[in-house]
Design a protein around this ligand. Structure first.
Ligand code: ZN
Length: 181
């Protein structure tokens, strides 16, 4: 499966100024991310990759899009949301430092920088929506009626985007205070 990430650069090697763009779809072979948010096995990663030949090696710039699966850090619900991250990495012909990536034969292995970029970009404290009120510490229920209604709605990425939009709209009007007796 690792070979899926390997990209041949034979046509642009040692030809500074040459550039090639590629779209690559990958099915995640094993889970990316260990915490509340992850890209699980079987999820699709879509990469827009630009490979540029420079004097030292191959400069790889990539935009990665996928669907993040997460548990909300406030209300503990599972949800999915669109995920996107970019990374840029130089693959040197002659790596000079231990942590530098190299061109192997006539290809580059995108897997290590891809995995690093994705894992670093996954939120440490994911929230199902920016204004998720969380759980009432006493009852364990969601804090307000609006949030309670939302538990019956699957959090589809399109709804999550709408929630973002609403949160921006209502900025300044204040977050409703939790009920207290
Ligand atoms: Zn939540």
């Amino acid at each position: 499966m690792a070979r899926l990430y390997e990209e041949s650069v034979r046509d642009i090697m040692n030809r500074p100024g040459e550039m090639r763009e590629r779209e690559i779809d990958i099915v995640v072979p094993d889970r990316f991310g260990e915490a509340l948010a992850s890209i699980p096995e079987g999820e699709k990663l879509s990469l827009d990759v630009r490979l540029e030949s420079v004097h030292e090696g191959i400069l790889v710039s990539a935009t990665v899009r996928s669907t993040m699966h997460a548990e909300c850090g406030r209300c503990l619900r599972d949800f999915t949301a669109p995920f996107e991250v970019e990374f840029q990495e130089l693959f040197a012909y002659t790596p000079t430092e231990a942590d530098e990536y190299g061109v192997h034969g006539d290809h580059v292995d995108l897997e290590p920088p891809l995995r690093d970029a994705v894992v670093l970009a996954l939120p440490f404290q994911p929230v199902c929506r920016p204004d998720c009120p969380g759980l009432d510490p006493e009852s364990g229920e969601l804090r307000d009626a609006e949030a309670a209604m939302a538990t019956n709605v699957d959090v589809d990425p399109r709804w999550a985007a709408l929630a973002d939009f609403k949160a921006v709209e209502s900025l300044g009007s204040g977050v409703p205070e939790s009920e207290s007796n």
